[in-house]
Design a protein around this ligand. Structure first.
Ligand code: SIN
Ligand code: CO
Length: 387
């Protein structure tokens, strides 16, 4: 799926991470991919990360009340007259037609993609003026929404002291648009924005990206480094010379201590391997996607010979890094697979396509079949039933 008259290079040059862009219905035929009732159903499931936000006007909650999912089914029979909105994260993991919305945005690397959040709002509903740390494409699915954008924000921007929402204390729109079904608004990170439903039955799909913070990177990389270190990896000074002033921490001690840290922090190879695994870990690693029956290489060979095609689990994360001319490290759902020779092309194919047709050469390659079977058995690949 491609967007009509959408200039990817121009978008990346002039808008991405810089300024908002309204793209009026660029789909060849827009169809809302999810029913509001199905969204409500998803919000009730055990694994759901969902929020129901109502504008109660209650001053003790700064006018906004938040309930976290999973929500009881009966909740939807009792929604109030006040404007409200339901938001469900990662709907793409469970609904293939919603996962397909990401396809036109695949010019952005896999590892930057977070998920597709879906919202449903009654007339006047919304989450209030706020800013996010992430880029987002807001696709209007059903009904209409007025989007306003304001100034860039940062950690010093004043927020309302709400326990659950990061609402801006002051929001002054600089621009606004009414989005209709199929319209897309790109909003760069940290730009103040506010979306309010105009009329009932307003559905919005947010293709959200992620960008690790420096503190997150340092903290998690250090956790990984620490797991490898032994207690005997320590400072030593067998050449110690008598010091004039015992209070001085000498330049040479500082240099040696600092080198103990820098050596690990500057290990590019170790970092690349760690980052691939870290960033490809699923958003919800506790959900078990493993097949009931593990597959053997032999069964897989037979299935592929009968033209069965494989598809990636939409909840799975696929990425790779190149290591020299004949090595690719493939990362899938937090696991690293070292690929050589013909499995390099397979690793690249798996990262580039959501549906994989395995050609005859690969079907006869033992290492390729082993890789596919491992991915199948960890729930990252499955057979395409409709094919
Ligand atoms: C929404 O869909 O109502 C909220 C999306 C956002 O502002 O990030
Ligand atoms: Co937002």
């Amino acid at each position: 799926m491609q967007l009509r008259e959408f200039d990817i290079d121009g978008f990346l040059r002039d808008y991405w991470q810089q300024k908002p862009l309204l793209i009026r219905n660029p789909w060849s035929q827009w169809r809302n991919p999810l029913d509001p009732d199905e969204l409500a159903g998803l919000a009730c499931e055990d694994h759901a990360e969902a929020r129901l936000i109502a504008q109660t006007g209650d001053p003790s909650e700064y006018g906004w009340q938040v309930e976290h999912g999973p929500l009881p089914e009966s909740r939807f029979g009792q929604v109030d007259k006040q404007p409200w909105t339901l938001l469900v994260q990662a709907v793409d993991h469970h609904v293939p037609s919603v996962a397909s919305l990401i396809t036109p945005f695949r010019f952005i690397p896999n590892w930057r993609i977070d998920d597709v959040m879906v919202s449903y709002a009654s007339d006047g509903g919304g989450v209030g003026p706020h800013f996010d740390h992430y880029d987002v494409f807001l696709i209007q699915g059903l009904g209409k929404r007025r989007w306003q954008v304001g100034a860039p924000c940062d950690s010093s921007t004043e927020l309302l002291p709400h326990d659950d929402l990061r609402l801006l204390a002051n929001f002054e729109p600089d621009d606004e648009w009414i989005l209709e079904p199929g319209d897309i608004l790109y909003v760069p990170p940290r730009l103040a924005h506010n979306g309010v439903a105009v009329g009932d039955d307003c559905m919005t799909y947010s293709i959200g990206f992620r960008s690790p913070s420096q503190s997150e990177l340092i903290a998690h990389f250090c956790d990984d480094v620490l797991a490898e270190l032994q207690d005997e990896n320590r400072y030593g000074d067998p050449q110690l010379a008598a010091q004039e002033n015992p209070g001085e921490i000498s330049e040479s001690a500082i240099a040696q201590l600092h080198a103990m840290i820098a050596e690990k922090m500057l290990d590019r190879e170790g970092f690349a391997r760690w980052f691939g695994q870290y960033s490809s870990t699923r958003k919800y690693p506790d959900i078990d996607w493993q097949p009931e029956q593990p597959i053997t290489v032999e069964t897989l060979r037979q299935c592929l010979a009968s033209d069965a095609s494989l598809h990636r689990n939409p909840a799975s994360r696929f990425a790779f890094v190149r290591r020299g001319a004949n090595c690719v490290l493939l990362f899938v759902d937090g696991q690293c697979f070292e690929c050589k020779d013909e499995t390099i092309a397979l690793a690249e194919l798996l990262c580039a396509r959501e549906f994989i047709i395995v050609d005859a050469d690969l079907r006869n390659s033992e290492p390729a079949l082993k890789l596919l079977a491992a991915l199948f058995n960890q729930g990252s690949l499955a057979f395409e039933l409709e094919a």
